[in-house]
Each structure stands twice: as structure tokens, then as C-alpha cells.
Design a protein. Sequence first.
Length: 267
Amino acid sequence: MPHMKIDESVSLYYQVKGKGTPIVFIHPPVIGHKVFKHQEKLADHYQTVFYDLRGHGKSTAGNVPLSIPLLTQDLKKLLDEIGISKAVICAFSNGGTIAQEFALQYPEHTEALILSGGYSEVNSFFLKSTIKLGMTFAKLNQIPLIAKVQAKTHKVTKEDEEEFFQYACKANPQRVYEFCEAGLSYSSTERLHQLKMPVLLIYGSNEKTMHHYRKPFQEAAAHVKVNYIKGAFHEVPPRHFSEFNEAVLRFLQQAGTFEPTEELILT
């Protein structure tokens, strides 16, 4: 199992599969890289990179609090270690804060940006409440409870549920709290005009409380596509993986030539 040493207290777990244009996947709090288990199929077409953030999965927690800039630096060091100079950055939910920051800090190393359930800043009651609830349970050291909920809401099969639960239980409560807190206060809205690479935003058609988050990207970034996965809620990558993977493949095939669009993808 490959690990990359960031410093004396931090070792990041990662796995690389496939060949071609690299796609790096960034997970949200608690569940770890396992949430992308069904994206491993993309290794038939691209080089896929999955890793666990500090304090998640098989990565160590380290001695310093998490922040989005720190996690962004970790990603850059990981890509340098692997020998990847430019990659597609693909993230789910709160992981999208790291993806955006990486694209803004290192545009020359970002081929394209893909956000599932992404936002440039938290400005809705529902999302703010959801993140704060996660922070509360993390502070109470209730990671198994969060893991149980995530396993049930993100699974397709019983095997998924058990795998997600066992892996999510590895998360460090303090680092989970810090990651949620950092995502809650993060904002890239005033800098979105700096995103010159192709951007794909994916939302479930049923997660209507998230749909307004597409607007700042469409208004400011240069090249933005929006896909809605019909019948889906927030958990698109694990629960609607066929449609998600197809959307990623089509986007990357057309990334150099597409016009900004909004599209409903049928299940």
C-alpha cells in the first residue's frame, strides 16, 4: 500500500491505476477515498489517483489543524511525488473546496475541474446546518454514527454499505471537525473569474437546495458546463456512478471544444 510522507507526522495513503490523462479524486469528510470505489472503472480510460486526506482512512492525522490551504499543499506534494505535472481535479461535496483552491493556486497544473455537489461558498441554511451537524457529532467523538449514516446514504449494495462504514470509522474526529469548519468558512466566489480551465458541475436533479450554487461559476468562470443527474440527490458519485462516470468521460472528451451548457442526464 503506497504512502507518501508529507512530514514527520503525516503520511498520505494513495493509489494509482490506469494510464493516460490523470484524474485526481478528492473526498468529503469522514468517508475517505472509498466513496469513489465505483470511479475505479475510469482507469480503463485515464490514470486515476485516489487518496485519503489527513486524518481520514489510511492517512495519518498529523500534528497541526487542517485548513484548505494546507490540504491544497498536500495535494501538490502528492502529485509531485507521483510525477504528475498536470491533472484533472475531481471532487465531491466539501472536497470541492480543496479542488477549487488547487485550481486557483496552481492553474498551470490543472487540466480541468470537476465538482459534484460543489459550491464556492456556503450561503444556504440547509448546507450550513448539515455541515454544522457533522461538526457537532465530530466534536462529540461520534464518528461511528456519522459513518453509519454515510454508509446508508451513499451505498448501492450491502457490500458498499459495509465497506463505507468500516472505512469511515477510521476518520480522526478532530480532523473531521476541522475539515468541516474549514469548508464552512471557505469562499472562492470573488476569485472564480480566475478559473480559465474547463469546469464541470454535477448535481442531483433532486438536490434542489444545491442548484443555486452553480450560478457564481456560470457568471464568473470562463468555461462551465452543468449536468443534473435525474432522480439523484447529493450522493451522485457512489449512488449514480454509471451516469457520473459517463458525464466525466463525455466532458473530458469535449473539454477543448464545448460551449457552456446545462444538461439533464437521464437515468
